[in-house]
Design a protein around this ligand. Sequence first.
Ligand code: IPE
Ligand code: MG
Length: 240
Amino acid sequence: MDGNGRWAKQRGRPRTAGHREGVKSVRAVVEESVRRGVETLTLFAFSSENWQRPRSEVNILMELFMSALRSEVRRLHKNEVRLRIIGARDAFPEKLQQRIAEAEALTANNRRLNLQVAANYGGRWDIVQATRRLIAEVQAGHLEPDAIDERIFAQHLSFPDLTEPDLFIRTGGEQRLSNFVLWQCAYAELYFTDALWPDFDEAAYGHALEEYSRRQRRFGRTGEQQAETLATVSSSYARG
Ligand code: IPE
Ligand code: MG
């Protein structure tokens, strides 16, 4: 979710006005995901590098996070959304951590949409914390180093029970991953748009999904092999 600051600047307003406006796009994209039957939506709200911003901006972002949790959680719950926060949450104010835990507990059994908010998240941090957990298991004698493969490694990342992202969307014109879910994005389709996050609405999101539906995902195979697999899958669907 990039471009809040520029959106505000274009209007001669403080950067924080852009963050506030961005909350509306969050609501729009979450609700559109529910309507379209998206399984999992991960929003990158605050990176581990964002602490380097001016203290006043960081404070406002924390307050916004708090107030959004307060105002949105009931609505999320009603829409059967399961909310989880991924990232090093211990760096957040105590009160915020508590509110996060309450929101997660309330929505834990919802199955319509998995909503993950990456906060104080960094892709490299995630890989490092997975490595730490693996080493602890090896030291405790529960795991043989030779048994560690990609599947087991992935099970130790921040959200092991979820499938890898199919589509990565970045708003705001920049074309980079900026330390987002690095391991999991190995085969994600990348989509970049110049739209600033506060301008990213249902239609813009629909546009990204349409473009995604036209991509051919080969996972290292040839186009012909992939077409064959799809034909097999759809004929077994047809047979029920
Ligand atoms: C939102 O956009 C990203 C957050 C950290 C909340 P920015 O704040 O990076 O906006 P720009 O890139 O300065 O326009
Ligand atoms: Mg930015």
